[in-house]
Design a protein around this ligand. Structure first.
Ligand SMILES: Cc1cc2nc3c(=O)[nH]c(=O)nc-3n(C[C@H](O)[C@H](O)[C@H](O)COP(=O)(O)OP(=O)(O)OC[C@H]3O[C@@H](n4cnc5c(N)ncnc54)[C@H](O)[C@@H]3O)c2cc1C
Length: 239
């Protein structure tokens, strides 16, 4: 995966052909072979129009990784800070055209949104499986939990939300595979990511409720883990 820092958030500026600044929360910081960096190349143009994308290989002088973060969930991926100190970027490391970085970013966001939709679907589905298995097994006050209206209505809602998220995510993935133009793909990709993320959060929360005390414990673990995995997905990456 290619982490993609957005421009110089500290606004320390950059000289022609070099990058300075830092960016927090970058996936695979310190382990990726290359970094795609977006920087303002023409501040006189309106926001987004004067942006260019460049490739910065991991061994570049001035590139460092000051810290790594520990997250409440989604711990499979290293996330850290990337710092640039007068990093020289040769002209042939430009991706796309000068001031054409927004197009590159839009294409990457489309792809990433669809992938994140898929991963949120995985969380939603596994939460659903945990909830249904528990509701079929656990008996309270003389009947299975799944026979109680409030419980099965939660399970039914999880089910239709997952189906809706799945349809949106698969539609976006098919459009991507069919080579749909980035501008056209933006809306379906964003909708897929949003609905799948909301669905993961909804299903993880309902699963914790259906499991009662078990849902809250680290000893049982599976439901609270899905809850931590779903947290922050809606706003994650601000994409
Ligand atoms: C696990 C993880 C991996 C990531 N990987 C990458 C990566 O590889 N590449 C990459 O480019 N980015 C990545 N990001 C995203 C990125 O690094 C930042 O998290 C993101 O840019 C948000 O910045 P921030 O965390 O400083 O939040 P802030 O900008 O401080 O925002 C905090 C809150 O304020 C809200 N907010 C901010 N501005 C506004 C506004 N104008 N109007 C209304 N609300 C606003 C935000 O929605 C958010 O809820 C990753 C993030 C995470 C959590």
């Amino acid at each position: 995966m290619l982490p993609s820092p957005t421009p110089d958030q500290t606004r320390r500026g950059s000289r022609r052909g070099s990058l300075s600044g830092n960016k927090r929360y970058i996936s695979n910081a310190g382990v990726a072979d290359v970094y795609i960096v977006y920087g303002v190349t023409d501040p006189a143009l309106p926001a987004g129009k004067g942006l260019s994308a460049v490739v910065v290989p991991s061994g570049t002088a001035g590139l460092s990784f000051p810290r790594r973060y520990t997250f409440m969930g989604r711990r499979g991926c290293v996330v850290g800070e990337v710092a640039f100190e007068n990093c020289r970027v040769p002209a042939d490391h430009l991706l796309g055209t000068t001031n054409g970085g927004m197009r590159v970013m839009a294409e990457m966001f489309n792809f990433e949104r669809i992938i994140l939709g898929g991963s949120a679907l995985g969380v939603a589905r596994s939460a659903f499986d945990i909830a249904t298995a528990h509701a079929q097994r656990r008996e309270a006050f003389g009947e299975k939990l799944g026979c109680k209206e409030l419980v099965w209505s939660d399970i039914a809602e999880m089910s239709w939300r997952i189906d809706a998220a799945e349809l949106l995510t698969y539609r976006a993935a098919k459009l991507y595979d069919a080579g749909t133009a980035p501008r056209e793909l933006m809306k379906p990709a964003a909708m897929a990511k949003l609905v799948a993320s909301e669905t993961a959060t909804f299903c993880a929360d309902r699963t914790v409720q259906i499991l009662g005390g078990d849902g809250l414990t680290k000893e049982y673990g599976r439901a609270e883990q899905r809850c931590r995995s779903s947290a922050g997905r809606r706003r994650w990456c601000v994409i």
